[in-house]
Design a protein around this ligand. Structure first.
Ligand code: ZN
Length: 126
């Protein structure tokens, strides 16, 4: 994995998550940038496919960066597949009607993001 960003803290957060997700050896490029204008809309988002991914965050917040890193992992490892406007989680179609926060990839991203945040804080205190 090649991590491209001008922000050293973003780099450190992305690399921290990438190591724990076993993404670091994947042949892909990840580009991260802070976009303060996002603030009123969302914490951040991820777009990408195959070997090129982009993460944009409103601010350099560990949970937000880790959350988006989990989404990268979901696509790279194939847990989440989007095809013809439909989303499949671990091979099962997830209906559009499932509320955003109940979508299984959002639940996984949020819970892992908090696990990583705890690990990140523990590592910082040593
Ligand atoms: Zn999400």
């Amino acid at each position: 994995m090649i991590i491209v960003t001008e922000d050293i803290k973003l780099y450190n957060l992305a690399a921290f998550a990438a190591v724990r997700l076993n993404l670091i050896d994947e042949d892909l490029e990840l580009d991260l940038e802070v976009k303060p204008d996002l603030k009123d809309l969302m914490f951040g988002y991820m777009i990408g496919d195959e070997d090129m991914y982009m993460i944009r965050v409103a601010e350099v917040d560990p949970v937000t960066v880790f959350h988006e890193m989990v989404h990268v992992d979901q696509y790279v490892k194939g847990r989440l597949v989007r095809s013809s406007g439909k989303a499949f989680w671990k091979g099962e179609l997830v209906p559009e009607t499932v509320p955003y926060l109940d979508k299984p990839w959002e639940q996984e991203a949020e819970s892992l993001a908090h696990v990583f945040k705890d690990m990140w804080e523990d590592a910082r205190c040593e």
